[in-house]
Design a protein around this ligand. Structure first.
Ligand code: ZN
Length: 121
C-alpha cells in the first residue's frame, strides 16, 4: 500500500496534491474529490461507490489527518462526513489505472465507467 510523503492543498487552484512514497504525484481537483466522497450519506451502505457530480467551485474549508490512515475534509458546501483513506485517495487518483479522472463507480474495488445503460434509479 502506498503512503503519502507530502500533502499540499492549494486553495487558489482548488487542488489537492499528494506525493506518494513510490514517487507518484497525484493531483486531485476539489470538485472531483467532493464527487467521490465515500461517506454513507453520499454512498449508502452498499458495496458500490459511485461518482456524484457536485456543484462546481467547491473548496476545502478544513483538512485534517484522521489517525495515520486518512484525511478528513470539510468542503465549502459544509459537507464534512467524508473520511478519505490514503487507499481510497490513491484509488481515485488520475494517476492510478485506468489513467485519468474516473467518473463512474467502483464495485468490489473494480472501476466501471459510467454508461448510459446501467442506471439503477
Ligand atoms: Zn459524503
Amino acid at each position: 500500500m502506498s503512503r503519502p510523503v507530502d500533502v499540499a492543498l492549494s486553495r487558489s487552484a482548488a487542488l489537492l496534491t499528494i506525493e506518494w512514497d513510490d514517487g507518484i504525484v497525484s493531483r486531485l481537483p476539489i470538485d472531483y474529490l467532493r464527487g467521490w466522497c465515500p461517506c454513507a450519506g453520499c454512498q449508502g451502505h452498499g458495496p458500490v461507490v459511485e461518482f456524484h457530480e457536485s456543484p462546481p467551485g467547491q473548496g476545502i474549508e478544513l483538512m485534517a489527518e484522521a489517525g495515520s490512515y486518512a484525511l478528513h475534509l470539510r468542503f465549502s458546501d459544509g459537507h464534512d462526513t467524508g473520511i478519505y483513506t490514503w487507499t481510497w485517495l490513491r484509488q481515485i487518483a488520475p494517476e492510478s489505472p485506468p489513467l485519468g479522472e474516473k467518473r463512474g463507480r467502483f464495485a468490489g474495488g473494480e472501476f466501471r465507467p459510467k454508461t448510459g445503460q446501467d442506471r439503477t434509479t
